[in-house]
Design a protein around this ligand. Structure first.
Ligand code: GAP
Length: 442
């Protein structure tokens, strides 16, 4: 797969992710399983940093949003009310010869009746529900069927009244949640772009009916700026309005934020929907419990409208890696680096003794010990110092601290900056402050 100049190909990305411990195929020793991925030691750090950045902007820094962590398995009637049992489905066809399954919208032409893999005849399109089914309790019958949530949003809607009464929030206010979602995608693919198990970060923002369109626009702007604040380049982002025939069953208007992926062109990384009062009204109707809001100025109970910015952590992870990847020529040699914002970098500081000389190691270890409580660090003493700088550049470590023979004399270390490669001497006594100044914390 080719990529435009300066952009990473999918092969390069998958290989870097595996080689450096960002992402592994799930249960790889058994040959893997389609649509499931494991995040390695560096991957889990990046993922946690992405989630922390979202939570900080969405919950911590605002006065009008609170958090929630709801269960993955809900009473199945919730999915009847939400419309997912009846409508959360993709049309698909099977090949009668090779038995492969395709989404009809992914066939080379919608009217083609011939398998794109083997040329065999295809079945008529059938709707395929994307929810994973399981059984709750010891008996596997219809009455014990339950679903793994295909979106985190419904856990928020069914808790609307609980949150309202415990926090005494007034409209407009929001409830945010980060958590796993599951979809039995017919064609998972493009690495972690379309998975069967993934993580979502969703905000349901409740507003007075009539103010919904204005709030929708505010959230579109807010969310676009959040992607820019992660360091994603503006020219690689754009907004796309859903046409009437692609709107979800609950939506009045949806705008997607899309990223220009080297392997797929502009594709959705976040959707911002005006869900109207659909969900709260349906849960009120199906549960028999009122999920309304008493509006003091008008003296009446109303059902709030909902603006929903919804994004996937895994797609954000992919976007961040691709967008920060860079190749540079330094003194005739190629340097690969991740220009990650320091808030997102899996490792903030690497401690590198110039060599494995026994005089240097104890001092280097003491410096490492000094930094560990404050930053995510790595200690690396294998191979030449140049190779070690390159290894840290490749995983996006913003700062390297080198302990050399002069350190033993003057008590100072060298701090090297990933992007500029500039080096400065800093006394160990002032090292923490110097690093803190360069590394804004989350
Ligand atoms: N609650 C609304 C909702 O779930 P969606 O557009 O289906 O809307 C929202 O999903 C976001 O979740 C997407 O923008 C994408 O980032 C992420 N997402 C959806 N399906 C995904 C999948 N199969 N794999 C990875 N991420 C996915």
């Amino acid at each position: 797969m080719n990529a435009p100049a300066g952009k990473m190909t999918m092969e390069q990305l998958v290989s870097l992710c595996k080689r450096r411990g960002f992402v592994f195929q799930s249960s790889e020793v058994y040959g893997g399983i389609g649509g499931f991925w494991d995040y390695g030691p560096l991957g889990v750090e990046l993922k946690n940093n992405i989630k922390r950045a979202w939570w900080k902007a969405t919950v911590q820094e605002r006065t009008d949003v609170v958090g929630l962590d709801a269960a993955i398995i809900m009473n199945p009637r919730a999915w009847k009310a939400s419309g997912h049992i009846d409508t959360f489905a993709d049309p698909m066809v099977d090949c009668r010869s090779c038995k492969r399954r395709f989404r009809t919208d992914e066939l080379p032409s919608p009217e083609s009746r011939v398998c794109p893999e083997c040329g065999g005849a295809l079945t008529e399109p059938r709707m395929f529900n994307l929810m994973f089914k399981t059984f709750v309790g010891p008996v596997e019958d219809e009455a014990s069927v339950a679903y793994l949530r295909p979106e985190t949003a419904q856990g928020i809607f069914v808790n609307f009244d609980n949150v309202l009464t415990t926090t005494r929030k007034k409209l407009p206010f929001g409830i945010a949640q980060i958590g796993k979602a599951f979809r039995n995608e017919i064609t998972p693919g493009n690495f972690i772009f379309r998975d069967r198990e993934f993580e979502q970060m969703e905000l349901e923002y409740f507003v007075l009916p009539g103010t919904d369109e204005e709030w929708h626009q505010r959230w579109i702007d807010e969310r676009f700026n959040w992607w820019l604040s992660l360091g994603i380049r503006r020219e690689n982002l754009h907004l796309r309005e859903h046409s009437a025939d692609e709107l979800s069953h609950y939506s009045k208007r949806t705008v997607d934020i899309e990223y220009d992926f080297p392997f797929a062109g502009f594709s959705e990384i976040e959707g911002i929907a005006n869900r109207t009062d659909f969900d709260l009204a349906r849960h009120s109707e199906f549960s028999g419990r009122s999920l309304s809001y008493f509006d003091e100025p008008s003296g009446e109970h109303i059902t709030p409208y909902v603006i929903e910015p919804s994004m996937g952590v895994d797609r954000c992870f992919l976007t961040v890696l691709i967008d920060s990847y860079a190749e540079e020529e330094v003194r005739g040699e190629k340097r690969v680096l991740m220009r990650l914002k320091s808030e997102l970098a899996p490792v903030k500081v690497a401690v590198l003794p110039l060599s494995r000389n026994e005089k240097l190691l104890p001092t280097a270890e003491r410096v490492w010990e000094l930094l560990r409580p404050h930053f995510m660090t790595q200690f690396d003493d294998a191979q030449s110092i140049g190779r070690r700088y390159r290894r840290q550049d490749e995983i996006g470590t913003p700062l390297c601290v080198t302990v050399d023979f002069e350190t033993l004399e003057d008590g100072a270390v060298t701090v090297r900056d990933r992007d500029s490669m500039e080096q400065m001497r800093v006394p160990v006594s002032g090292l923490l402050d110097a690093l803190r100044e360069k590394l804004p914390s989350l």
